[in-house]
Design a protein around this ligand. Sequence first.
Ligand SMILES: [Zn+2]
Length: 110
Amino acid sequence: MSFRRKLSAEIQQQVRIRANFLCEFCHASKQWQYVQFTIDHLLPIAQGGTDSLDNLALACFHCNRRKTDQTNAIDPKTEQSVSLFNPRRDRWNEHFIWSIDGLIIHPRLN
Ligand SMILES: [Zn+2]
């Protein structure tokens, strides 16, 4: 069983402001979501992650539910383990691009 520490209100607000109130994974706006955004530990506490700002990211319900406590996933094309997008380390525009109609996020292919 994992023990969840409550982040201070000040830290939570710093994370929200830094993210411009957008999910840092899909860029959905907090304004249009009916489920409250959560603050994700990029490296989970159980794996040695901390509550420092460098390890926190604002995430919408959907992104947080899909990411869970993973930091890596299997690339279906190469079948290799790869790091998941980390908004503290990676630049969103280098990894993703919006469809022309603005409805779908596509991966940038190298
Ligand atoms: Zn999201």
